[in-house]
Design a protein around this ligand. Structure first.
Ligand code: ZN
Length: 92
């Protein structure tokens, strides 16, 4: 299972650890220290899409769990399984 860490926590941890040794640290030192950064409390994002019910157009179906909702009740997240229905945003 993957561990997820906060980028900011990792930077602060390494800077705090080696602040007084600048110029004398190696890449291996930094990589070793990343093992000590506490894992962030996260879970993978499940993405889905609202699809139309082919029998009743006013109903929408979650692509991940199949829950059927009236069109007026849909939202950015599936109320049944929590899938994120928003478009994925690339941060590159
Ligand atoms: Zn769902």
């Amino acid at each position: 299972m993957s561990d997820y860490i906060s980028r900011e926590d990792a930077k602060n941890y390494v800077i705090g650890r080696y602040d007084d040794q600048l110029g004398f640290i190696t890449m291996e030192d930094i990589i070793d220290q990343l093992d000590y950064v506490p894992a962030a409390d996260v879970r993978p994002v499940v993405r889905g899409k609202w699809g139309t019910d082919r029998f009743k157009m006013e109903r929408m179906i979650c692509s991940e769990c199949g829950v059927v909702l009236e069109w007026s009740k849909i939202n950015n997240f599936c109320p049944n399984c929590g899938a994120d229905m928003r478009k994925k945003i690339d941060h590159d």
